[in-house]
Write a protein that binds this ligand. Structure first.
Ligand code: HEM
Length: 162
């Protein structure tokens, strides 16, 4: 008979996996906090991305706190983030240009703030998530992207109303 997978078993395997990632990359909560804070500092100062965030976030501390939890869940599989990012991005006035800039700033920050193995770990995940958000946003506008295709808005759609 197959051994039963108990929640205890899953728990300790998850802990072992987190330990392995921590050991191989050096990622821990303080590093995540430094990455998140430095990255959103750049984002807020960026002429393309800054206004998109400014229009929606007035109190930055709760957003930064959520983003630290998010990156802990993504990078260390800690399970501490319980939000749903996709619905928050679907209404944003963004396309491939914004995602390219987001990734450029994220990669720049990760290289500045983290040792190489940790930076690689964050960047790989950021790229995958950015791709899926871009796919989702395109889909919400009735555009089905093929493999490798990017979402480029028509100029009319990019103009903000009013
Ligand atoms: C075009 C690029 C992006 C823009 C302009 C953008 C903008 C935003 C904004 C304005 C919010 C706040 C929404 C709200 O609270 O109503 C948000 C939330 C969030 N973003 Fe992005 N985002 C971008 C890409 C990404 C990427 C690539 C990731 C992940 C790798 C990400 C992760 C998140 C998460 C997890 C939240 C939700 C936090 C929560 O649960 O409150 N975003 N984003």
């Amino acid at each position: 008979m197959e051994p039963r997978v108990t929640s205890e078993g899953l728990g300790s395997r998850r802990e072992a996996l987190i330990e392995q990632i921590r050991a191989e990359t050096g990622i821990d909560e303080p590093m995540i906090a430094r990455l998140v804070d430095a990255f959103y500092g750049k984002v807020r100062a960026d002429p393309l991305l800054g206004p998109v965030f400014d229009a929606r976030i007035s109190d930055w501390e709760p957003h930064l706190a959520q983003m630290r939890l998010f990156w802990s869940s993504v990078a260390l599989m800690s399970g501490v983030y319980h939000g749903r990012p996709m619905p928050k991005h679907l209404p944003l006035p963004v396309d491939a240009t914004h995602f390219d800039r987001w990734l450029e700033l994220f990669e720049q920050t990760a290289r500045e703030v983290c040792p190489p193995a940790a930076a690689d770990h964050f960047i790989e995940r950021a790229r995958r998530i950015a791709e899926s958000l871009e796919l989702g946003i395109a889909g919400a506008h009735g555009v089905l992207l093929g493999k490798g295709e990017r979402y480029v808005r028509q100029p009319e759609a990019r103009r903000s109303p009013g």
